[in-house]
Design a protein. Structure first.
Length: 335
């Protein structure tokens, strides 16, 4: 559930091979979800139900994801423990680290790595504010669905990446997912997940700048944002508008990169894999590569997923693939 559109993806898996079985996308008005906060609940429920009806009316169990200010992730190292002792120690550590009151959040954790030599383990901690989480769960339930998994956008993107690409242990990779209001940055070091950072900025600022600069209504501004206006508007002016309006977003990404390089003790990020609606904005991928001086590739979350082109010819899969990173990652989750 993005601020700009709903994406519904259903995958089928057999012998480790995934096939795209169903896909639906429904655009939302720009004020339905703002900065990850649900603003127009009734409209969202209607659009979710319409999307289910159009895609597969039998769908009931779904995986959803959340991101932004209501979610935190943290990684820490502690003495190796097992069973209840490990859980109690991790929860104690969480209380020391969480910016929220632990009573007000839903927590989960995963032990990423155990070092036999030092007898220590790396733990990944995820927390979401209960009020924030409940607003999404209640919405899904009221739409007639059963949320069996709640993930974060960042981990869904990572899941989609690992499904389609081989992480190079010799390279530091940043998965950059530019949504309408939030940008997720996921860092991969030594071939495994290192950390993530959510930036409260995305394509909305570019959309609003295009609307103002070219005096377009919302519908036409969204078309321009997706590169669908072509020769209808001056491309040099569009490029200048995109570059100017994305400066704040790129500053946030640069700060995220600097913090990562400092904490991970690495000199550079070697590779950026770009997804989300931002990957479709004209001139933005090139500007990101130039501004950050890092080779940038547009993410294809369908790279290793089979599908019948005839089934999906109306949605132009090859063009919109970067939009599906989160939903593909969620659909590949196991319960």
């Amino acid at each position: 559930m993005g601020a700009n559109s709903l994406k519904l993806t259903k995958l089928e898996e057999k012998a480790g091979i995934y096939t795209l079985a169903r896909l639906g996308i429904k655009e939302l008005s720009a004020d339905s979800i703002v900065e990850e906060e649900i603003k127009d609940r009734d409209s969202l429920i209607f659009h979710i139900q319409s999307l289910i009806d159009q895609t597969d009316p039998k769908i009931r169990d779904v995986a959803i994801s959340v991101a932004g200010h209501g979610v935190i992730t943290d990684k820490f190292t502690m003495e190796r423990k097992t069973g209840m002792e490990a859980e109690q120690a991790i929860l104690f550590e969480a209380e020391q680290r969480s910016p929220f009151d632990v009573e007000d959040v839903t927590l989960d954790y995963h032990i990423i790595n155990v070092n036999e030599e030092t007898n220590k383990m790396d733990v990944l901690l995820v927390a979401a504010r209960n009020e924030f989480l409940k607003s999404y769960l209640d919405l899904i339930i009221d739409a007639g669905l059963n949320p069996v998994i709640v993930d974060t956008d960042a981990f869904a993107i990572l899941n989609a990446y690992e499904l389609n690409y081989e992480a190079d242990p010799s390279k530091v990779t940043a998965l950059l997912n530019i949504g309408f209001d939030t940008t997720n940055v996921i860092f991969i070091k030594d071939g495994i997940y290192h950390s993530t950072r959510d930036i409260s900025n995305g394509g909305r600022a570019i959309y609003e700048a295009i609307m103002k600069e070219f005096r377009l209504n919302q519908e036409l501004a969204l078309k321009a944002l997706k590169g669908e206006m072509g020769s209808s508007i001056d491309q040099d002016m569009l490029k200048a508008t995109v570059v100017s309006a994305s400066e704040e977003l790129l500053s946030g990404v640069e700060i995220g990169f600097s913090y990562f390089k400092s904490s991970a003790k690495v000199a550079d990020v070697d590779w950026i894999v770009l997804s989300g609606g931002g990957a479709l904005i004209p001139f933005l991928p090139e500007f990101i590569q130039s501004k950050l001086s890092v080779p940038t590739e547009v993410f294809n979350p369908l790279r290793r997923i089979q599908y019948d082109p005839e089934m999906f010819k109306e949605v132009q899969l090859e063009k919109i693939a970067p939009l599906l990173a989160v939903s593909i990652g969620l659909a590949a989750r196991k319960v």
